[in-house]
Design a binder for this molecule. Structure first.
Ligand SMILES: Nc1ncnc2c1ncn2[C@@H]1O[C@H](COP(=O)(O)OP(=O)(O)O)[C@@H](O)[C@H]1O
Ligand SMILES: CC(=O)OP(=O)(O)O
Ligand SMILES: [Mg+2]
Length: 381
């Protein structure tokens, strides 16, 4: 291997994010995002990736660059097969394709990213880093659903968990912020982006997470419902006459904050709440109620909690969500300092009071750095 740079591709359902990271000096020579795939001039993911390649080439940083050591791909679903970063071969691509039914919004885009990058640089090592991998340590008691075992095993129905690179990075960064080894620290990580998930991390190993078979379970999200009685689906089908695909679209795209109040962006919801908008207020209250419920549950799972870490778009930028989610949790040893919580900063920081037994922190996530590090470690080994 010659180069020290890793190109990270994060292909989402409607966007492709990319970053070029230099692992020798920590610099990031390029980054960007292609959005609204399928809506306008960018017809599909293949076209978006061509655009990424062109943007990089225009800056003299194209995929043909000799400084490039590898490409690291975010892959959302790794099933039970992939629990480590994996060098991509034809066989690996085939296995990722087999997992498409478990992540129909995410894995197809990831596969396209892999295929385009491999076609442009067939000689370059390409590595898949899975969202599910960090959660492979979750014990059976937490990973299994209480349904017929043979059926569950036949169809792979179990808790896999997602956003793993973020939960891994943030739990480690939280320990660092506390000046302690990850092995000594128990943390509840709240990853609140468009997709949102909570995890309980004991001594650096994940023991529970809120997303399940797919990224639909758990917290209230931008457009996804999170937890719901599964019988609601039978009811909507039998009584409401909706098809499986219609219910899928309802729960994944027309639910969550957007379904409750028409907006999926917490900034807009905050603005509307300021004007006394009741739908926005109720959406906020439901979002925060669910969060508090998970913090309580994960406190019970961990027994001893050292830190609660807020991360991703909402977690890093919404003092209102953090304040409301942590309010009245004094009995759990959780006390947020109003002044610290309101401060803005791009670096990891504490927002709890000096007296708070549990540290409450805002810890910016860095999925790209985590993917690049795991990729670089694998290809330089
Ligand atoms: N200043 C802010 N205040 C409140 N919420 C914010 C702010 N900036 C971003 N957000 C929230 O973060 C969300 C995006 O989070 P992000 O982690 O970037 O999501 P994703 O990676 O899933 O696209 C937005 O939809 C919005 O709700
Ligand atoms: C897995 C998942 O929900 O990812 P995102 O938040 O990027 O949609
Ligand atoms: Mg995200």
């Amino acid at each position: 291997m010659n180069g020290s740079r890793v190109l990270v591709l994060n292909s989402g359902s409607s966007s492709v994010k990319y970053q070029l990271l230099d692992m020798a000096d920590g610099s990031r020579p390029a980054s960007g995002i292609v959005e609204r795939i399928g809506e306008g001039p960018v017809a599909d993911h293949a076209a978006a990736l061509k655009q990424v390649a062109d943007e990089l080439a225009a800056e003299g940083l194209g995929l043909d660059s000799p400084e490039l050591a590898a490409v690291g791909h975010r892959v959302v679903h790794g099933g039970t097969r992939f629990t480590e970063p994996t060098l991509i071969t034809d066989e690996v691509v085939g296995e990722i394709e087999k997992l498409i039914p478990l992540a129909p919004l995410h894995n197809p885009a990831n596969v396209t990213g892999i295929k385009v990058a491999r076609s442009l640089r067939p000689d370059l090592p390409q590595v898949a880093v899975f969202d599910t991998a960090f959660h492979s340590t979750i014990p059976e008691a937490a990973a299994r659903y209480a349904i017929d075992v043979a059926t569950a095993d036949r169809w792979g129905v179990r808790r896999y968990g997602f956003h793993g690179t973020s939960h891994a990075y943030v739990s480690r960064a939280t320990a660092e912020l506390l000046g302690r080894e990850p092995a000594e620290v128990n943390t509840i990580v709240l990853h609140l982006g468009n997709g949102a998930s909570a995890s309980a991390v004991r001594g650096g190993r994940c023991v529970e997470t809120s997303m399940g078979l797919t990224p639909l379970e758990g917290l209230v999200m931008g457009t996804r419902s999170g937890d719901i009685d599964p019988a609601a689906i039978f009811h909507l089908s039998r009584v409401g006459g909706m098809s499986t695909d219609e219910i899928d679209t309802l729960l994944n795209k027309r639910s969550g904050l957007a379904g409750l109040c028409g907006d999926n962006d917490m900034r807009e919801i905050g603005r509307r709440m300021g004007e006394g908008d009741r739908a926005a207020q109720l959406a906020f209250d439901i979002y925060v109620h669910r969060l508090r419920k998970y913090v309580g549950a994960y406190t019970a799972v961990l027994g001893r909690v050292d830190a609660v870490a807020f991360t991703a778009g909402v977690g890093e930028n919404s003092p209102a969500v953090r304040e409301a989610a942590m309010r009245g949790l004094g009995a759990f040893g959780i006390e947020v300092d109003g002044v610290r919580n309101a401060l803005r900063s791009a670096s990891a920081r504490l927002i709890s009071t000096e007296a708070s037994r549990v540290a409450v922190a805002v810890v910016p996530t860095d999925e790209e750095l985590e993917i690049a590090s795991q990729t670089f470690d694998l290809v330089s080994a």
